[in-house]
Design a protein around this ligand. Structure first.
Ligand code: NAD
Length: 296
């Protein structure tokens, strides 16, 4: 059993922290929201009054925050930097999706001070976080990866060592750019089929068994009523917000620019999500991008 601090108990972090508790670890949980802390405490976690308290005297510190500015603020530039608080030997595992540059910079600042900070963003959505079946993409040294793996195993099914610090975030940006392209493409095809008289469920099944098959059709159909238990059948509530997908596509575009990698499909997907967000849909699940086509 390990002592673990956990900061950021939102849609993803909450269930991830609960899975660590269920695996028998001692978890000190902190979030800006008291309700979020209460949910973890109800499952056997301990409430921390501050981020610094969650980070003190723990073997591992896991963070699951919105963006790079939150992670760097908390670790390095904020009022009480956690790098001033963590004990020697604490391994900090940042599972937030942030830009690779910030991940590398924070890791390098930590390394200068003898602090281990690794990036371990995830894929699998809220369902994967609850079920403990997330995929982790880890940017770390071999030694750091080996130390983190038993902890990540409590929250995920597939744990990948992508490379050195920042490599996890590069893998995540590539994956989510592809996901955005697949979701917009699937929405485009479904809308065209339905406008031409097809039943969305029948068309989905045909494409799923044909060469258009992809993750969106398999487990996250964007058309309301085709699949049970997904956001499209719940008025696009819960799931993975348009705002977060738009953020992730921004991270992909930054990488594309820095490395001069052509990403015309990623740019187009970003433009579509930008338009959808500008129409007031930032808080909806990203599969609601289907509505953009329906409203044309
Ligand atoms: P969320 O908004 O539900 O949760 C973020 C939590 O962080 C909130 O509870 C907020 O109160 C807390 N927080 C923010 N600043 C804080 C601070 N300084 N101290 C303590 N707590 C603070 O977001 P989420 O959906 O859980 O996503 C978290 C991260 O995971 C994001 O980087 C996102 O891109 C990534 N992600 C999300 C999904 C998904 O399906 N939702 C999937 C994969 C990756």
């Amino acid at each position: 059993m390990a002592t673990i601090g956990f900061i950021g108990l939102g849609n993803m972090g909450g269930p991830m922290a609960i899975n660590l508790v269920k695996a028998g670890h001692s978890v000190k949980a902190f979030d800006l929201s008291q309700d979020a802390i209460a949910k973890v405490v109800a499952e056997g976690g301990q409430a921390a009054a501050t981020a610094a308290e969650a980070a003190t005297d723990v073997e591992f510190l896991v963070t699951m925050l919105p963006a790079g500015k939150h992670v760097e603020g908390l670790m390095v530039t904020g009022e009480t930097p956690l790098f001033d608080v963590v004990a020697d030997g604490t391994l900090i595992i940042d599972s937030s999706t942030i830009d690779a540059d910030t991940a590398k910079r924070v890791a390098a600042t930590g390394a200068d001070r003898g602090i281990s900070f690794i990036d371990a963003p995830v894929s699998g959505g809220v369902g994967g976080a609850v079920a403990g079946t997330l995929a982790f993409m880890v940017g770390a040294s071999d030694e750091q990866f080996a130390k983190a793996k038993p902890i990540l195993d409590c929250m995920g099914k597939n744990i990948f060592h992508a490379g050195d610090n920042g490599a996890g975030q590069v893998a995540k940006a590539c994956n989510n750019m592809l996901l955005a392209i697949l979701m917009t493409g699937t929405s485009e095809a479904l809308n065209m089929g339905v406008k031409n008289g097809l039943d969305p469920a029948v068309l989905s099944e045909i494409m799923k068994q044909s060469s258009g098959n992809n993750w969106s059709l398999q487990v996250y159909n964007p058309f309301p009523g085709v699949m049970e238990g997904v956001p499209s059948s719940n008025d696009y509530q819960g799931g993975f917000q348009v705002d977060l997908m738009f953020k992730d596509l921004g991270l992909a575009m930054e990488l594309s620019q820095q490395s001069a990698s052509p990403t015309p499909m990623g740019s187009q997907a970003r433009a579509l999500f930008n338009l959808h967000k500008a129409n007031g849909n930032g808080g909806l699940d990203f599969s609601s991008v289907l509505r953009l086509y329906q409203d044309q």
